[in-house]
Design a protein around this ligand. Sequence first.
Ligand SMILES: [Zn+2]
Length: 137
Amino acid sequence: MSEDSKLPRFCRETRSQLPALACGELTGWPLHVVRAHLRRCRDCSTEAERQHQLSAALSSLKTAPADPPAGLLDELLSRADRRGVRERAAVPARGALSGARPGLSVAFLTVGAAASTGIGYGLWRGARAVRNRRRGY
Ligand SMILES: [Zn+2]
């Protein structure tokens, strides 16, 4: 799952589109291609489902009244820097977040990229933990 670099190229291309797919922003030809691949590739369709859950978790963060916790954003950014995924993240998810607050956009893009590199589940759990903590207030 963390062996992203060993994936076939088409799987990697597909996964770079999953963040946009997960938030329903993928349309036209890219959507057609991604869906066609997901029907054939169980690994990628599993990943797509995971990102869908991630997207749902982040949506609930996005609708929270306060700004995202600084610690979460810093953690995401430091992971992104370490893995060099920030540039890749900006391409597939660009346009998917118009209207989101800037800080959240960065977090969302970063999480999307991180998920496609195989550490997404941990981040998703982290996001969920943050959300649960916020509910405590
Ligand atoms: Zn695949």
